[in-house]
Design a protein around this ligand. Sequence first.
Ligand code: CMX
Length: 143
Amino acid sequence: ELLRIDHVGIAVPDLDEAIRFYQENLGLRCVHQETNDEQGVREAMLAVGDGSGPRIQLLAPARPDSAIAKFLDRGGPGLQQLAYTVADVEAAADALRARGMRLLYDSPKRGTAGSRINFVHPKDAGGVLVELVEPAEPVHRSG
Ligand code: CMX
């Protein structure tokens, strides 16, 4: 069950430059930054407006063999993924597998801020890389 949009991920070549661009030109606010070694990314989460809605995630490659480096090599910067919040990433992945979609990982990996994540292959989701995010904090279903 997909509860809401968690974030939209945008691949960028230079994280600091992209944060500056979004802050100065679009008025977004950087609320979190980290490096995820397993995913090979440097990333930032940006809040829009009052911050209650989905975030914009900026993703820059931390190594040349990473998924983001490959994405940038292929088509340059741009929208890379659409991420949904789920309460239980294993259950959500199982449900999508049962509907014939390929999940990229057999078991969840670590995402932003201690979340647990998996992805649907873009070829099985209409050309969109779909991420499932189970936040570290339990999810409130009412929002
Ligand atoms: N969105 C849409 N389509 C995509 C895509 C994307 N982000 N990435 C690749 N594709 C398409 C390619 O254009 C290609 O299509 P064609 O065959 O028509 O040319 C096809 O998918 C390639 O598929 P592939 O060879 O199986 O896979 P790639 O080596 O290109 O890698 C993917 C794609 C999705 C498997 C890889 O990017 C991946 O493992 N992603 C998950 C991890 C990730 O994205 N990490 C960074 C974010 C970390 C985070 O969110 O915390």
